[in-house]
Design a protein around this ligand. Structure first.
Ligand code: HXC
Ligand code: NAP
Length: 284
């Protein structure tokens, strides 16, 4: 059992890019459980095929199609396939991404392009292709973009991802205003750390780096994919129809801990506070 009625997304046609793995898959499974018709896309055909078979085993309808979001023609073919199979598309979830940690000065231009191409251009191309179809058909729709907490703050060692996700956030907010008149709504999720294979292998590949990450989170744990999937289900549902242009952070408080000037005082012990209290009271 979950927080929602089992028909929350009944018959909604949802496309999740990068939907065969990690958070995309968790969202797709949740959408199916809540009655949606699902399409997943990514570059690797074998991965998509297997995921679609496993995800659809419960009886839901899953379309899979290989598609590199960096190629607008492949996105056009994907949209065609969805319309042929389901008659329309109701929700686009821009979840496909590429990222890895590296000192920026070690990056080649091709490495920068690899990340910007998937995250910024891929998201924009998908929004353009599907948005134009919705506008031409006079049909409403919802776009959910998966960004990151550092889309707002920037972050060292993932500069291409930070730049690209900041662009996606700006796109979310821009289209929220521009396309609202067509009944097209924009929402975004900014996840903190969720240990998917795709992210962990590229961003937290040693136990030491993982420990460092946990220390940064007030709740002292990483996210569970189903927590993000529940949020996504609500955001694309009819109950969130007045949410437009908003980004919801789901990170256990991580970015706030990094931002608050005195949050380092979490390390101070009770005995140290006794001594500090004497000193600070003297300043009265
Ligand atoms: C330095 C690297 C590199 C690395 C690739 N390159 N990996 N440079 N460090 N770890 C360089 C290559 O040398 C090459 O440049 C250029 O990038 C392109 O590499 P390709 O392997 O040809 O690219 P491609 O096949 O397009 O793969 C894209 C990718 C890859 C982004 C590099 O990692 C990928 O496919 N990722 C998809 C899944 C993913 O990243 N998931 C994580 C999402 S997590 P040269 O000049 O040598 O040719 C996320 C947010 C997490 O986004 C937030 C955490 C809390
Ligand atoms: P993931 O499993 O690696 O997901 C990335 C997906 O994108 C893969 O299915 C991949 O499939 C697909 N993809 C990559 N390049 C593509 C391309 N050119 N065309 C089409 N699809 C492509 O990692 P994840 O952790 O689930 O990440 C999902 C989303 O959450 C991403 O937007 C990521 O930035 C965001 N996020 C994750 C975390 C986290 O901690 N996990 C934190 C913040 C934000 P193929 O390789 O087969 O194409």
């Amino acid at each position: 059992m979950g927080p929602f009625a089992q028909d929350l997304l009944m018959d909604k046609v949802v496309l999740v890019t990068g939907g065969a793995t990690g958070l995309g898959r968790a969202m797709g499974e949740m959408f199916l459980k809540l009655g949606a018709k699902l399409a997943i896309a990514g570059r690797r055909e074998d991965v998509l095929k297997q995921a679609a078979a496993e995800m659809g085993a419960g009886g839901g309808e899953v379309l899979w199609k290989s598609c590199d979001v960096r190629d607008p023609e492949q996105i056009r073919e994907l949209a065609e396939a969805l319309e042929q199979r389901f008659g329309r598309i109701d929700v686009l979830v821009n979840n496909a991404a590429g990222n890895f940690i590296s000192p920026t000065e070690r990056l080649s231009p091709r490495a920068v392009d690899a990340v910007l191409g998937i995250v910024l251009h891929g998201t924009f191309y998908a929004a353009l292709e599907i948005g134009k179809r919705w506008i031409a058909a006079g049909q409403p729709g919802t776009m959910l973009n998966i960004v990151t907490t550092y889309a707002s703050s920037g972050s060292g060692f993932v500069a291409p991802s930070a730049a690209a996700k900041a662009g996606v956030l700006a796109l979310t907010r821009s289209l929220a205003v521009e396309w609202a008149r067509y009944g097209i709504r924009q929402v975004a999720i900014a996840p903190g750390p969720f240990p998917t294979e795709g992210a962990w292998s590229r961003l937290s590949p040693t136990p030491e780096l993982e420990r460092k990450m946990l220390d940064r989170i007030p709740l002292k744990r990483v996210g569970r994919p189903e927590e993000l999937a529940h949020l996504a289900a609500y955001l694309i549902s009819d109950y969130a129809e007045y949410l437009n242009g908003e980004v919801v952070t789901i990170d256990g408080g991580e970015w706030l801990q990094g931002a608050g000037q005195f949050n380092g005082l979490l390390d101070v012990t009770d005995e140290q506070w006794e001594r500090l209290a004497e000193l600070t009271r003297k300043g009265k």
